[in-house]
Structure formats: structure tokens, C-alpha cells
Write a protein that binds this ligand. Structure first.
Ligand code: ADE
Ligand code: ZN
Length: 318
């Protein structure tokens, strides 16, 4: 079953490239770029991968991203992610990157894009993995900063397929970003947004109504609002669920209590994704295997989850 799940062709629709930075690469980039790290060695860094909540993880994730400085660094990061995931059955991916994490510390957007785009092109050619990049705004920063980021990115419009919204959720509702998502839509860029990870079901309503998103990232807290669940079923809104992430960030501390299969059986359009594979201990195929081991997911259910991922892609496949 494990081999079958790994080989199953699947798309990944919720992965942050900065979250694919494995400790080994993090240390080697720190050395290459002469960045001082607060951890003595790789083992000490791995030991820090225990999170009481989303913010505890994000603090570490933003710190780790400081080692990314040159186009080659972004290439190496993206290429390592593609190779690892292609070996787990991934045939298509729509990764996020957070431009503000890099531009805020003086790394120019074209440098970031050059490395990521070159790796995605090699992924298409050498691994047969099709892709589309999503520019994600940091919601703990003001909408004006997101708008500036979008304007600075528009000269590279063809590099993106959509815009996203991530980072600290509680206290930063989607409605705060209504104008920047409208501006992106006017440029032909659809939106997706993290909602209902730690935040309440109202944030999912807002992502739908204020941001007019095409997918909800996470969305697991929809289960607390039956009217919302019925609406999401009716419109077949894709929810990009990340089981190992939810476990590690204490959204569902026991994987056996994760609702993804109940959501699938309820008619919700759910898929399986890794979120931040280096930080949460598994790539997309590993998430499928964990669902089999902890929730008894059947082949039929796995097949439907994989089909949902392929059907919810925004970028053309192949
Ligand atoms: N950025 C990277 N991973 C994230 C997550 N799980 N939620 C919100 N922002 C993120
Ligand atoms: Zn995420």
C-alpha cells in the first residue's frame, strides 16, 4: 500500500517553498553566504522543530529563510523540493513563495524569481512536473505593503498564476486584503487564501465573499459551521488540507482525530498537501502514507483525494 500511495499521480496545491528548506541545505547556505545561525548544528536545529502553535513555527520559518540570498540559493531550494516530491508521485505543483520575506531584508524580487523560475523550468523538462507559481502576501503586514508588493511584481506578471495570503492568521482577517485581491483580479490573477487553519469559520466566509478566492488553503475549521460546510459542498470549493502540518501545529495534535476523511465523505472537495515539508516531517506522498497508517484511508479514498488535487489546479498541466 505504501508504494502504491507514493506512486499515485498527484498534484500539490499547498506548499511554501521557504518551508521546503531542509536543515542540511539551510546549514550549507548559511556557510556559503556567511550567515551566523543561532543553532550549533543540524541536530540542534532539528530539535527546535517542536511547535506549540502556528506562530511558534512561523518564527523559526522566517529565521530559516534568512540564509536564502542569491538566485542560486532559490534554485537549489526549489530544485530539491521538486526532486523529492516527484519521487513521491507529484506530477504538478503550485507552490507559494513569500516575496516580502526576502524584499524586506534587501533581496530583490528578480533575484528570487530568477532562481525559482529556472528550477521550475528544469522540473518541467527533467522531471515532467508541470507548475505554476503563487505570489503570497504576508497578512501580519498591512494591506499597503501587500499592494506595494503586487505593484512591484506586475512587471513579472507572467511568472505567476495567482496570489495568496499566508502567515499569522488569528487577528488578521481576510477582509483586510479585499482591495489588493481585487487589484490582482483586475490583472487576471485569481486569489487563494489561508483560512480556517487557526482562524474561525468566519475567515473562510470572508475569503469567499471579500477576496473571491478560487481555493481555500487549510479550511479545516469549516467543520465547526454546518451552513458553511454545505455551502462549500454546493460550490465544490477546493480545500487544500495539510494533515502533518495540522498535527505538528497542534490544530489536531493526534492524526487519528484529523477530519480529512470525514470531510471527503461529506462531499467536500479536499486534497492532501505538505504545507512546509522540511519543518513538518513529510512531503506530499508522506502525508498520504500517514493518512493510511493513522486513519485507515483506503485506496478508493486516496484515489479521490489525488483526483481532487489534479482537478483543482489553476495552471495548465503537462
Ligand atoms: N506560511 C508557511 N506555512 C504557513 C502556514 N501553515 N500557515 C500560514 N502561513 C504559513
Ligand atoms: Zn500554508
Amino acid at each position: 500500500m505504501r508504494d502504491w500511495l507514493i506512486a499515485l499521480p498527484k498534484a500539490e496545491l499547498h506548499i511554501h517553498l521557504e518551508g521546503a528548506l531542509e536543515p542540511e541545505l539551510l546549514f550549507s547556505l548559511a556557510q556559503r553566504n556567511r550567515v551566523a545561525l543561532p543553532w550549533a548544528d543540524i541536530d540542534a536545529l532539528r530539535a527546535a522543530y517542536q511547535y506549540r502553535d502556528l506562530q511558534a513555527f512561523l518564527d523559526l520559518y522566517y529565521q530559516g529563510a534568512q540564509v536564502l540570498q542569491t538566485a542560486q540559493d532559490f534554485y537549489d531550494l526549489t530544485w530539491a523540493y521538486l526532486k523529492q516530491s516527484a519521487a513521491q508521485g507529484m506530477v504538478h505543483t503550485e507552490p507559494f513563495f513569500d516575496p516580502q520575506t526576502h524584499t524586506e531584508r534587501g533581496i530583490a524580487l528578480p533575484v528570487v524569481l530568477e532562481g525559482i523560475q529556472a528550477a521550475l523550468a528544469d522540473g518541467r523538462r527533467e522531471l515532467g512536473v508541470s507548475s505554476g507559481l503563487i505570489l503570497s502576501f504576508l497578512r501580519h503586514l498591512p494591506e499597503a505593503a501587500a499592494m506595494q508588493t503586487l505593484e512591484a511584481a506586475l512587471p513579472y506578471r507572467d511568472a505567476f498564476i495567482a496570489v495568496g495570503l499566508d502567515s499569522s492568521e488569528a487577528g488578521f482577517p481576510p477582509r483586510l486584503f479585499e482591495r489588493v485581491f481585487a487589484r490582482a483580479r483586475a490583472e487576471g490573477l485569481p486569489g487563494v487564501a489561508h483560512a480556517g487553519e487557526e482562524g474561525p469559520p468566519e475567515y473562510i466566509w470572508e475569503a469567499l465573499e471579500c477576496l473571491q478566492v478560487r481555493r481555500i488553503d487549510h479550511g479545516v475549521r469549516a467543520c465547526e459551521d454546518e451552513r458553511l460546510v454545505q455551502h462549500l459542498v454546493d460550490i465544490q470549493m477546493p480545500l487544500t488540507v495539510c494533515p502533518l502540518s495540522n498535527q505538528r501545529l497542534q490544530v489536531f495534535p493526534r492524526l487519528a482525530e484529523h477530519p480529512i476523511l470525514k470531510m471527503l465523505e461529506r462531499g467536500l472537495n479536499v486534497s492532501v498537501n505538505s504545507d512546509d515539508p522540511a519543518y513538518f516531517g513529510g512531503y506530499v506522498g508522506d502525508n498520504f502514507v500517514a493518512l493510511h497508517e493513522h486513519l485507515g484511508m483506503t485506496r478508493g479514498q486516496a484515489g479521490r483525494l489525488a483526483e481532487n488535487s489534479l482537478a483543482a489546479a489553476l495552471a495548465p498541466r503537462g
